[in-house]
Design a protein around this ligand. Structure first.
Ligand code: GDP
Length: 308
């Protein structure tokens, strides 16, 4: 996804090689090229501005240490600042002291939530947890059975209402299958009584942001008090990634971001702006349709990948 950004950035930095000393003009020219590369990759303007300002300031004031030549010093600064906009440290899941840990997924329809639920379930299992997936996307036809399929593939149980019955078995809770908030609550209760230690709640998305979607997501959040609310965003949607992130930050609130479809060939820079714009860390990255195409997000590794 970041091939062209990576080519442009390495190109801009390559021009500095071999220079014994960097003038302010050299730094200005390099910063201009970096700025263009980032804008072309769809990184949001505000993020680009502050990023470039920091690089310029640090590069101009940099003491060139004995071990690094001037060009390497600038590369090091760009690398550190890139790690910074990607969040700095790797942010791990905060597991509840008293299980079950509740992880709620939120995002637009098609962002990759249901696919992610399976991947997350698989990953949690590999980490020694006993996850339960809860099907609360009752809007999109087929979402429940899709979750059941990914759950089966991952070997992770799925809690879902049977159409036309009450949640939790025959009349057990007296709620109907059409109510995602009750399904979420019943899923958490199920996990507690059957000793699953992590609950992953898949929620409904819409094609665009709307008040009803936000309300439903906040109702599920209020009913289940999640330890983590993960905002799932398709890295292919360009600048909309930033506007959607802002809308979910206001409407629902989230504690972490999952970037999906990083295997796509779109420019992807907008997704890289989400951390800086919302202040919440990118926690996971998904890069394909298979269960294994998924990993914890490491800002330093991503920065190295981008800088080639
Ligand atoms: P939801 O509406 O948010 O639950 O989204 P889905 O999980 O149904 O995903 C929407 C589509 O994107 C499906 O066709 C998935 O197979 C696909 N998808 C999900 N994650 C990825 C990914 O990381 N890479 C690619 N290429 N496709 C993905």
């Amino acid at each position: 996804m970041f091939d062209s950004l990576s080519d442009r950035l390495t190109g801009a930095l390559k021009d500095l090689r071999g220079k014994g000393r960097l003038s302010d003009a050299d730094i200005d020219r390099t910063c201009r090229e970096i700025r263009l590369a980032l804008l072309e990759a769809d990184v949001s303007l505000a993020v680009v501005r502050s990023f470039i300002a920091r690089i310029k300031e640090r590069a101009k004031g940099a003491e060139v240490s004995g071990a690094l030549n001037p060009a390497q010093t600038v590369v090091k600064i760009v690398n550190e600042e890139l790690i910074g906009i990607l969040g700095g440290e790797t942010r791990r899941v905060r597991f509840a002291k008293n299980p079950p840990t509740v992880i709620m997924l939120a995002g637009l329809q098609g962002a990759g939530k249901t696919t992610l639920a399976g991947k997350l379930g698989n990953w949690l299992k590999q980490q020694g947890h006993t996850p339960l997936l809860v099907a609360c996307d009752l809007q999109r036809p087929g979402a429940v059975s899709q979750l059941q399929i990914v759950g089966e593939r991952a070997g992770v149980p799925v809690f879902a209402p049977h159409p036309g019955t009450s949640v939790g078995g025959e009349g057990a809770l007296g709620v109907t299958a059409g109510d995602p908030v009750s399904v979420a609550q019943a899923g958490v209760d199920e996990a507690r009584s059957k000793h699953y230690d992590v609950v992953v709640i898949d929620t409904a998305g819409r094609l665009g942001i709307d008040a009803e979607l936000m309300k439903q997501a906040s109702d599920i959040r209020d009913a289940t008090s999640p330890d983590e609310v993960l905002f799932v965003v398709d890295a292919m949607i360009g600048q909309d990634a930033v506007t959607t992130a802002e809308a979910f930050a206001d409407g629902v609130g989230f504690t972490g971001v999952v970037l999906t479809k990083l295997d796509g060939d779109a420019r992807g820079g907008a997704a890289l702006s989400v951390r800086e714009v919302t202040g919440q860390p990118i926690m996971f990255a998904s890069s394909g349709e298979k269960l294994e195409d998924f990993d914890v997000f490491h800002p330093d590794r991503m920065a190295s990948r981008i800088l080639g």
